[in-house]
Design a protein around this ligand. Sequence first.
Ligand code: PHB
Length: 395
Amino acid sequence: MTQSTRTQVVIVGAGPAGLFLAHLLHRRGIESVILDIRTREEIEQTIRAGVLEQWTADLMRDLGLGERLDREAHIHSGISLQYGRERHHLDLEELTGGKRVTVYPQHEVLRDLIAGHLGQGGQIHFGVQEVDLTHVTGDRPRVSFRRTPDGPLETLEGDFVAGCDGSQGDSRQHIAGRTDLQKRYPFGWLGILVSAPPSHHELIYARHERGFALLSTRSDTVQRMYIQCGVAEDIAAYPDERIWDELHRRLATDGWQLTEGHIFQKGIVGLRSAVSDRMQSGRLFIAGDAAHIVPPTGAKGLNLAVADAVYLYRGLEQHYAGGGQARLDAYTDTCLRRVWRAERFSWYMTTLLHVNPEENAFEQRIHMADLEYVTSSRAAATALAENYVGLPLEG
Ligand code: PHB
């Protein structure tokens, strides 16, 4: 026998897009239920980037989720760009009229969102199985699933479905007539987590002839660092000494020393840009990684997912307030204007800072000229800074 329940908005996926959407809806008294095939522990432990644009951090505060953020997160008012052993400071705050970024890891954001939502009586079913989205785009959109392998098949029906289940999720497959525009980069990132104090008070993005390096942070005792590596390389080819050797060389500058520590996590990811040209079909709307992927350079992924959630919320809010469908109808167009700008910026930071083995000497030299321009022209630095701290939301 199938058990049936109803809600207003079914949210598939408890990542940034799904959880921010649930919070925004809840604040307006609109009910949702979130389903995720992952357990709460898996979600809260997955390591991702950790830079919040100014408005994303402000939204967390607005939603009453800013307490731990304000206690533990690090506010950065600048970044450094490095090439040719020289480090160039970009004062984001001064260049953007007061905007800064917040370094707070994505899984910490998710922990706060999950605890906050459950604390308000919000419904999240973790670790669900056999999720079936076959009937998700019809007039009576519904999702079926089991809470446990031998639990009953349940059907959850909603007025709308939000597909926030990532690039490997099933939601995107149900958007009719969708095409992905995409690009793969011929290099990857090797990322490590290190027990050590910060080596520098801000993030350093370095272009070196041996490849890109990024010095980031997680807390006063844990640091995050990355080096460019080959796209299909095996992590076994990188014993700790080799990683440190590359980091020391690529980040070297006069009068500064990288602090080493115990590497307790390492992994390699490929870099990809992708955009779905449609983000809605009937009563199904996709948001976040389900709709678009950015390479990590610039850390735009989470912020873009939250922007989608805000736009979808505004459409749903208008609908439930009796204001019609205009915002929901415009959802894809509204999201994609911002998405393409973030795609451009992420692609730009990626090509600017990585050594692409497929580019010739002319193309490599152009990137050096670009770096010289960005670090010497206030206009060029301002353009980079305003994208880095985040472009304003529309409307
Ligand atoms: C990170 O800390 O994981 C991080 C920071 C900045 C980026 C990408 C990743 O641009």
